[in-house]
Design a protein around this ligand. Sequence first.
Ligand SMILES: Cc1cc2nc3c(=O)[nH]c(=O)nc-3n(C[C@H](O)[C@H](O)[C@H](O)COP(=O)(O)O)c2cc1C
Length: 187
Amino acid sequence: MDKKIIVGITGGSGAIYGVRLLEALNEAGVETHLIISEWGEKTIQMETSYTLPEVKKMAAVSYSVKNQAAAISSGSFRVDGMVIAPCSMKTLAGIATGLASDLIARAADVMLKERKKLILLTRESPLNLVHVRNMETVILAGAMVFPPVPAFYNQPKSIDDIVNHTVGRVLDQLDLDPDWVNRWGKQ
Ligand SMILES: Cc1cc2nc3c(=O)[nH]c(=O)nc-3n(C[C@H](O)[C@H](O)[C@H](O)COP(=O)(O)O)c2cc1C
């Protein structure tokens, strides 16, 4: 069976991470299930050159963030994991408290209860104690907090290089082993 991954795009800065992740998962033959929050839709429009229909078309299935009746709202739906890229502090807080008030927070809650991979590209700087405590809570519950912090050992020449490096490291976490990641010691 092909891998199935849920991708959430929320209103943290860096919508391009979610878009590039969708492209990379498609290239890797993964079946993608996409949820974009209301503010994720706004940041895609404000920060990228992609239209919403273009981004939604990249996914095998696209859900409304308000649709709590979607298949991915249930642990009975077979999926390999979920990545939220980027993950706002609001969505992080929703996961940490288990509120499940929209489909992104609910699907993430399901990942934790089913002991599936949940990778959060948390985006905020600087961090306050609430952010840090919420990160601690979700890590203790089984999530991976994966801030999209650029590396420079690969000598990035463009924003694309920076985004691709982080997305490649996320694919590593999903055991997809992309051959285009510029790894330390590979040069
Ligand atoms: C252009 C833009 C950039 C933003 N950047 C961030 C950010 O980096 N981190 C964050 O936590 N919130 C950021 N916000 C605020 C969130 O979008 C806001 O808290 C929203 O309610 C998050 O909701 P969501 O998690 O459902 O998408 C940003 C908002 C805008 C419009």
